[in-house]
Design a protein around this ligand. Structure first.
Ligand code: GLV
Ligand code: MN
Ligand code: MN
Length: 400
């Protein structure tokens, strides 16, 4: 499976993945998912929100056990964030068939669309729509950096954008969703275990800061006469670091766009995107409030207009305790060891769906902790341990 998937959407320049929602690379990933489903005799379907499903058993029977993740990527992402969960789902099914497992509940494998939100700014669009956390109207207004709307992008990829919206009937069929994911930090590595279970996801969000000044000549405009938005942007980046450090949170300006983007022109607009996350909601509010306040002061000092827009937000997620404990029990029985239970600062579709259905996550060791980078890695033995763990969990949940 990896051999087929690895070249898809890979940049030869960076070695990273550029698999953005509703692009050609995304279509290739989706074609791969469909082939894997059909090769295993699973019933393949695309739901109203563009998520792909592969069913073993009757999808309408209820109490289904679902596993999967996403195939899209951040700009120059690693190979594992998302795909490890999808590949492991198919591999776990193969393992269970090899074991002769008898399913008493329907099983589904899923590829959620647009988890990273790399193209349209909002994370987890496929699961958010399904869970009713994003309306059709809001989704239709999402626009990429080239001015293409999500609705246009869906349509040109052959998906009906007018069909999108909440899907409570689908969610009502699911008894449990388990997402396997490469860990995106070193917490698991530090425990010495290959596989862990998730406890919680930090609240997190994305905010767009638009600093508007006045374009002018870089050579002839006196410093005192400038309204340069780059200055207030740069000061805000430093404020973000300061506020995050003070609060024990994280804050990152990782994306920026500058107009007119000329080396010899003072910018008219600097648009920077803040990603901030914290262990608790009140800390996140304090950090983002502090950054915005500082940004307004810097903007005023330079004669800059500032707009701040929240583009994406996910409240704290506490995974279903009963399901989490069930996973830990199943895995502990298998290995005789205590399975580490870990929180994370990374967002996931499982977090979005946790408001509607019981969800849980398995993490696979990431030896360096690096993620959202071409250098993301996981050892083959650990990936195999992840598949075995997922197979054990699915067997425990769907074959009893
Ligand atoms: C998704 O990977 C996120 O945490 O941003
Ligand atoms: Mn990611
Ligand atoms: Mn992911």
């Amino acid at each position: 499976m990896w051999a087929e998937l690895l070249p898809v959407g890979r940049s030869s320049a960076s070695g990273g993945y550029r698999r953005y929602a509703w692009t050609a690379a995304d279509a290739d990933c989706r074609a791969w998912f469909r082939e894997q489903a059909e090769a295993r005799g699973l019933a393949y379907e695309v739901d109203r929100n563009g998520n792909q499903w592969a069913w073993l058993g009757d999808p309408t029977a209820g109490d289904a056990v679902v596993t999967g993740s996403h195939l899209d990527s951040v700009p120059d992402g690693g190979a594992f964030d998302g795909p490890l969960g999808v590949v492991s789902s198919f591999a776990a099914l193969d393992e269970l068939r090899h074991r002769g497992a008898r399913f008493t509940k329907p099983l589904a494998l899923v590829n959620f669309g647009d988890e990273e939100g790399a193209r349209f700014g909002l994370a987890c669009v496929g699961s958010r729509l399904t869970a009713g956390q994003l309306t059709r109207e809001q989704a239709h207004r999402l626009t990429d950096g080239d001015g293409v709307t999500l609705a246009q992008a869906m349509e040109s990829a052959g998906h009906d954008p007018d069909a999108i919206g909440p899907d409570p009937e689908r969610l009502a069929r699911i008894g449990a969703f388990v997402e396997l994911h490469v860990e995106q930090g070193r917490a698991l590595d530090l425990t010495g275990n290959a596989v862990g279970v998730a406890s919680a996801i930090w609240p997190h969000g994305r905010w767009r800061f638009d600093f508007r000044g006045e374009a002018n000549h870089a050579g002839t405009t006196r410093l005192a006469d400038r309204r340069d938005p780059m200055l207030s942007y740069a000061e805000t980046v430093l404020a973000a670091r300061r506020e995050a450090e003070l609060a024990g949170a994280v804050a990152t300006f990782g994306k920026i766009s500058v107009e007119p983007n000329g080396v010899n022109a003072i910018p008219s607009l600097v648009r920077g995107w803040l990603d901030s996350r914290a262990p608790e909601q009140h800390t996140l509010d304090t950090v983002v409030g502090g950054i915005e306040k500082a940004a307004r002061e810097y903007a005023d000092a330079h004669g800059i207009d500032l707009d701040v827009v929240r583009e994406s937000f996910t409240p704290v997620v506490e995974f279903d305790h009963a399901l989490r404990d069930e996973l830990a029990r199943i895995l502990g029985t298998d290995t005789g060891l205590t399975v580490p239970v870990l929180g994370t600062g990374a967002g996931h579709d499982a977090g979005i769906l946790s408001g509607s259905i019981p969800t849980a996550m398995l993490f696979v060791r990431n030896p360096t902790g690096v993620s959202h980078s071409p250098a993301e890695s996981a050892a083959e033995d650990d990936c195999v341990a992840g598949v075995r763990a997922l197979a054990d969990v699915l067997e425990g949940l769907a074959c009893r």
